[in-house]
Design a protein around this ligand. Structure first.
Ligand SMILES: [Zn+2]
Ligand SMILES: [Zn+2]
Length: 96
């Protein structure tokens, strides 16, 4: 089941269930739209994959399976990320 993480892993922006800015990769790495577009160029810093908008969980489901509460703020080390970014940013995520 999709893990609903409460913040952008990089900048710690709040990303509630109904956020329009929450983006996820295939491993549920969760970032805000601004970081994904303007800092990562649609390359996940953790896995190199692309992102898609996180779907909102309906309230009935949210009561049973709530958002995660653990801290997920782990700012990206851009020096370490640069290689992965250069390698992937010009390749369609479907082709990586
Ligand atoms: Zn962010
Ligand atoms: Zn990822």
């Amino acid at each position: 089941m999709l893990e609903l993480r409460p913040v952008c892993e990089n900048c710690n922006k709040s990303l509630p269930n109904d956020s329009d800015e929450a983006m996820i990769c295939t491993y549920e790495c969760t970032f805000c739209e601004d970081c994904v577009k303007n800092k990562f160029y649609n390359v996940c810093p953790n896995c190199g994959g692309g992102f898609t908008k996180r779907p909102t969980r309906p309230s009935a489901g949210l009561a049973k399976y709530p958002m995660k509460k653990e801290p997920f703020h782990r700012p990206v080390n851009f020096d370490a990320f640069q290689d992965r970014l250069d390698k992937n940013k010009d390749i369609d995520p479907r082709m990586r």
